[in-house]
Ligand binder design. Structure first.
Ligand SMILES: [Zn+2]
Length: 258
């Protein structure tokens, strides 16, 4: 258990790039949830470069960089190729044929030796929350937030067909030190404040947040403490916009793991 008061800060997520690589299909169903991933990249630059590479055969709806900036990789009326062969882990509430259609895909740029930066965690939570708002999912429906590891199975024709274990993201190889903790995102999504776009803004969602428009999604947060155990999470308090804000360019605290 580790407690630190970081003071007030504003977390602002910037849309740094939009890359449409064609690795998606027409969206035919309304999404039912959000699937979290890491992309196995070694750097933000490498991650962005890969999705522009003609050999790349995947995409995500959103890619979240170490800096907390994010890229849009799939048009809103398309379903990204992010999930592959899957079977629902929750047949009573989530039934689907195509996991690409059932889930919006959000990946952090990270590999299995890393831990998500705090900026990444907060941006993933904010983007997930924006989907909850957009699709009118109740904030108690945290079962809609799944990891790739929860749903992925081996495909037909392989030795382990239909069995789990095909993917380990976003938790990664060591549950005590998750690359991205699904529990942490489930904790943050109903708590994090994501104010609507300013009244009268007609900037579309896939442009909003870019430097060109200097209009950003912002959350005003006081990180009171964080706890690390088997499933670490943050404890946050949202603060009104009028409170003094200390802008943290880069967080120095990282979760400690026992
Ligand atoms: Zn994945």
């Amino acid at each position: 258990m580790s407690v630190k008061d970081t003071g007030m800060f504003v977390h602002q997520m910037e849309l740094v790039k939009t890359i449409y690589n064609g690795q998606y299909m027409k969206r035919t169903q309304k999404p039912q949830g959000v699937m979290l991933h890491y992309d196995e990249s070694t750097s933000d630059k490498g991650a962005l470069g890969w999705f522009e590479d003609p050999r790349c055969r995947v995409s995500y709806d959103r890619l979240v960089l170490d800096t907390g900036g994010y890229a849009i990789l799939c048009p809103e009326d398309m379903a990204a190729y992010h999930a592959g062969t899957c079977r629902t882990s929750d047949p009573e509430r989530l039934s689907y044929k195509s996991a690409n259609q059932a889930f919006k895909g959000i990946a952090i740029a990270a590999n299995n030796l890393e831990t998500a930066t705090i900026e990444q965690v907060l941006t993933v939570a904010m983007l997930t929350r924006l989907y909850f708002n957009e699709y009118n999912w109740p904030l108690t429906d945290l079962w809609r937030i799944k990891g790739h590891e929860d749903e992925a199975v081996y495909p037909e024709g392989t030795e382990r067909a239909g069995r789990r274990g095909r993917k380990i993201d976003p938790t990664g190889p060591d549950k005590r030190k998750p690359v991205l903790s699904i529990g942490c995102i489930r904790y943050l999504v109903p708590r994090i404040q994501v104010p609507a776009k300013p009244a009268g803004s007609n900037i579309p969602n896939d442009r909003f947040g870019s430097r060109r428009y200097s209009a950003y999604w912002r959350s005003y947060i006081r990180l009171v403490s964080y706890r690390s155990d088997n499933d670490w999470h943050f404890v946050i308090e949202n603060q009104p916009k009028t409170a003094p804000v200390k802008a943290l360019s880069r967080w120095s605290v990282m979760p400690e793991h026992p």
